[in-house]
Design a protein around this ligand. Structure first.
Ligand code: ADP
Length: 248
């Protein structure tokens, strides 16, 4: 038997097929997603770009199992998300998905380390100490683990949130405007760490952003307009992303 080397196979971490999402009825009906088909490949950093209201957050929420959809399908790995009941959806999000939000969402009374390990603690799992070290090291958080969020800068807090998303080795990390609350320097740092997590740890990352500079850190940028997938760029510069945005 001839074996295909694993490295040559492109594995899809998550995919939407013909995905539609409508809000409201009658005159109030809004088509937020209109038959979107897109794949997110393993070990790739994909940015979802588009003007405000184009459906970026809705797409991310539907693919991440945070929101229901009207028609089409979504899968994470081999799991059809649309077939899961609430309990299984919660399990899927907990065990297979990492989240980074614009607002950091750290618990103020817990230390950085406690925040990083909290989702695993809740799931009754222990982080692999070597992996935890590696993630903390990569994010430059070694000297900050005993600090509470209020004792950390915005950039450091978001790095803690990135560590929290990575530590359980999720199949995919979804980041929703992760630099929205950061100045440009701290933002660039966090984007660099997200990219390092892809390059060095083999993580799969999908990021929603409206910022061409942020999208310029991604391997691939997909563009939404009026709920439709209209284009994609591979390894673009921020300037190329900006040019494409202007024509949407
Ligand atoms: P983006 O993230 O690109 O700004 P969204 O996904 O938030 O876009 O929104 C896409 C469309 O769906 C917009 O027209 C928005 O007004 C609409 N929308 C989003 N959430 C709701 C909701 N809960 N109820 C009604 N309409 C919504």
């Amino acid at each position: 038997m001839v074996r295909t080397p694993r490295s040559s196979a492109v594995t899809v971490a998550a995919a939407a097929t013909g995905l539609s999402k409508e809000y409201g009825r009658g005159d109030a009906r809004v088509v937020a997603l209109d038959r979107v088909s897109v794949s997110f490949r393993e070990g790739e950093f994909t940015a979802i770009m588009g003007p405000s209201g184009s459906g970026k957050s809705t797409l991310m929420h539907c693919v991440a199992g945070l929101d229901s959809f009207s028609s089409g399908s979504v899968r994470i790995g081999d799991t059809e998300v649309g077939t899961l009941d609430d309990r299984r959806l919660t399990q899927l999000r907990r065990d297979r998905i990492g989240f980074v939000f614009q607002a950091f969402n750290l618990l103020p009374t817990m230390t950085a380390l406690e925040n990083i390990t909290l989702p695993m603690t809740i799931a009754g799992r222990r982080p692999d100490p070597a992996w935890l070290d590696r993630v903390v090291d990569m994010l430059g958080l070694g000297g900050r683990l005993g600090h509470r969020p209020s004792e950390l800068s915005g950039g450091q807090q978001q790095r803690v949130a990135v560590a929290r998303a990575l530590v359980a080795r999720p199949a995919i990390v979804f980041a929703d405007e992760p630099t929205g609350n950061l100045d440009s320097r701290a933002g660039a740092e966090v984007l660099g760490f997200l990219r390092d997590s892809v390059r060095e740890l083999g993580q799969t990352v999908v990021m929603v952003t409206h910022d061409p500079v942020a999208a310029g850190h991604a391997d691939r940028v997909v563009f939404l307009a009026d709920g439709r997938l209209v284009d994609e760029l591979v390894r673009p510069t921020a300037g190329q992303v900006l040019d494409r945005m202007k024509s949407l």
